[in-house]
Design a protein around this ligand. Structure first.
Ligand SMILES: Nc1ncnc2c1ncn2[C@@H]1O[C@H](COP(=O)(O)OP(=O)(O)OP(=O)(O)O)[C@@H](O)[C@H]1O
Length: 594
């Protein structure tokens, strides 16, 4: 059994099931302890020709054997089979329900965690929490409750029966049990630590495998398969070592249990035999006593298993609790307002931003205003802070009060949900889901209208490519289906954002992988999106030169804001960048013609 902040409530929540299981357990244990009495009757009946039934002595005849021993035995067996089935169903159901609920809770919490968390915790590690650790908790919850109560109940009832038969023999039999409990709890503590190490080793292995699969193309291109293989082998060896250590401790615990059982049998045979010799016990009573002891062998084993399971469960629960305790850094402040219809005005006021845990300010004293319906280009050298700027609008990170405004309202006074709902975003990596193209484009809607999907695809100039695929819009992308080119990926991602029809459209370097002609078509289509505020991050000035306004960033500072011609005339750094890019383009053109 495990206890902890995130598990205690499930004992209460599943109380009806657990109580029914416990009732079945009591039934089984009660009947199980009737069996040694039947042993005694058979042995004594065979030896003396008489049996004592319900306090009455009678001759041991065939009728007595059938009516008083065999028939009750059949009922006992049936009751035990039914009881065992019932308790298993009850405890297993309660455990699976707990696992399912905990998994939902974990997923719900994970979706609210900020980028910071995901930068530290890798996917492989998170996956092992959802699989290995939850499995262990489930096992510990169901089997743990069962073992705990079974060990307590059956153990206690059997000990009472043994005590009634002979006090000293029972005391002698229990000495090794005390020893087992003391050593077992010591080993249990070591096992919690080792299980945590084992789970961590498994997580590292999963992280590595996941990253290798994701980067398989790079590994092959750099011919680093052997380097990866060796690194994998090293992690796998560490995983093996910790598993071996854990198994050694667990085996030691099992050996101790066996040692206890064997030593108690020695005590019973030795001292019990002496009692028979003294005439204080008859043969039937000794067999009955051994029968009771056999009944507590399972509880003793259960104690050992309970120590092991609880150790594993505690370690896994600690790991899961770490996820559930992870602080949600980006969240609505109390009283935050929903903003129903964003008009699209965005204002930065002396905003300075440093990434959590970062060593320097990535954005410095940034100020500018974007009016509703304006089309704005954001340019600057790589690392200038362009993506950070749009991440702040999308509330991926927290900003200080009074520095960022949407429709003249401080972004911190608005709900994150409503701000994000008002924005359509094309991320720099144009991530697509392993799903059909249609569902990727219509991602914002539960049921996307096919004609709207096609319209969005046409605006993003990818419709012709899609209908060329054998399954058209039903083509499955990613791991389970076809792989699209970088340019197609970008355009499907643009179509997804256009389909959302949000008042603010943010494109982060989203036309970098398409040729100039396609870029022009997409930009012309974007021009038709009147009424929408558009933020387009680009490296090529030619991509944004026709925009209403350009924000020129350099090393986290806004160097200039205005239309292209104005910036070219007034900002020297901007002019230099434009001239350099023109020169590069001309050189490229010259090389192509040659
Ligand atoms: N999560 C992060 N934690 C710490 N620093 C970060 C993080 N993300 C980005 N940075 C740093 O912030 C700076 C600005 O990064 P940003 O991605 O905004 O630049 P960018 O102008 O969009 O660059 P690019 O054009 O290459 O996409 C960079 O120096 C980068 O190293």
């Amino acid at each position: 059994m495990i206890f902890g902040k995130y598990i205690n409530r499930y004992y209460l929540k599943n109380a009806p099931l657990l109580l029914l299981g416990l009732a079945a357990l009591v039934l089984v244990d009660f009947f199980q302890l009737k069996v040694p009495e039947l042993y005694r009757m058979v042995i004594n009946g065979t030896n003396s020709g008489e049996v004592v039934v319900d306090g009455q002595t009678m001759a041991f005849t065939m009728d007595v054997l059938l009516d008083k021993i065999c028939l009750p035995m059949i009922w006992i067996i049936l009751a035990m089979v039914f009881g065992r089935f019932l308790w298993r169903v009850c405890f297993f159901n309660a455990a699976v329900r707990t696992e399912t609920d905990l998994r939902n809770k974990m997923f719900d919490h994970s979706r609210m965690l900020s980028q910071e968390y995901y930068q530290v915790n890798k996917v492989g590690n998170l996956m092992s929490l959802y699989t290995n650790d939850l499995d262990t908790i489930q096992e510990c919850f169901g089997d743990g409750v069962l073992m705990f109560f079974d060990a307590m109940l059956l153990g206690l009832l059997a000990i009472i029966k043994m005590w009634r038969m002979d006090h000293l023999l029972t005391l002698l039999s229990l000495i090794p049990m005390v020893f087992l409990l003391v050593v077992g709890s010591g080993l249990g503590k070591v096992m919690v630590k080792k299980w945590e190490e084992r789970q961590q080793a498994f997580s590292d292995l999963s992280d590595f495998a996941q990253e290798s699969y994701s980067g398989i193309a790079v590994i092959k291109a750099f011919v680093k398969e052997y380097k990866e293989l060796n690194a994998f082998r090293k992690l796998n060896r560490e995983n093996e070592d910790i598993n071996v250590t854990y198994t050694r401790i667990s085996t030691l615990l099992n050996i101790m249990v066996t040692l206890f059982v064997e030593s108690v049998i020695c005590v019973i045979l030795g001292y019990g035999g002496y009692l028979v010799y003294q005439g204080k016990f008859n043969a039937g009573q000794l067999v009955e006593y051994i029968g009771y002891f056999s009944a507590i062998v399972w509880p003793i084993m259960a104690v050992a298993m309970l120590i092991e399971k609880t150790s594993r469960g505690k370690a896994s629960l600690n790991r899961v609790s770490e996820l559930l305790d992870a602080e949600i850094h980006v969240k609505d402040r109390p009283g935050a307002k929903e903003i129903e219809h964003i008009k699209g005005k965005i204002e930065f006021k002396n905003l300075t931003f440093r990434y959590p845990g970062g060593e320097y300010d990535v954005l410095k004293n940034v100020s500018f205003v974007i009016n509703p319906g304006e089309r704005v280009g954001i340019v600057g050298k790589t690392g200038a802070g362009k993506t950070t700027l749009v991440d702040l609008i999308l509330r991926t990170y927290n900003v200080k009060d009074g520095t960022l405004f949407i429709d003249d309202q401080d972004v911190n006074d608005l709900t994150i949900h409503s701000v994000r709902e008002g924005c359509a975003y094309v991320p720099q990596d144009s991530f697509l889901f392993s799903d059909t193209i249609e569902r990727n484009i219509g991602f914002s809607f539960d049921e996307a209208d096919q004609s709207q999907v096609e319209l969005a695809a046409k605006m993003a100039d990818v419709h012709e490519n899609i209908i060329d695929f054998k399954d058209g819009y039903e083509t499955i992308l990613g791991e389970r289906g076809v792989t699209v080119s970088g340019g197609q990926k970008q355009r499907i991602s643009i179509a997804r954002a256009l389909m959302k029809n949000a008042p603010v459209l943010i494109l982060d370097d989203s036309v970098s992988a398409v040729d100039t002609k396609t870029e022009r078509i997409i930009l012309d289509n974007l021009k038709k999106q009147t009424g929408r505020t558009i933020l387009l991050i680009a490296h090529r000035i030619s991509t944004v030169e026709e925009m209403d306004k350009i924000i020129f960033l350099d090393d986290g500072e806004v160097k200039a804001v205005g239309p292209h011609t104005e910036l070219y005339a007034s900002c020297e750094e901007y002019r230099k960048m434009v001239d350099l890019q023109k020169l590069e383009e001309e050189e490229e053109r010259g090389e192509t013609n040659a």
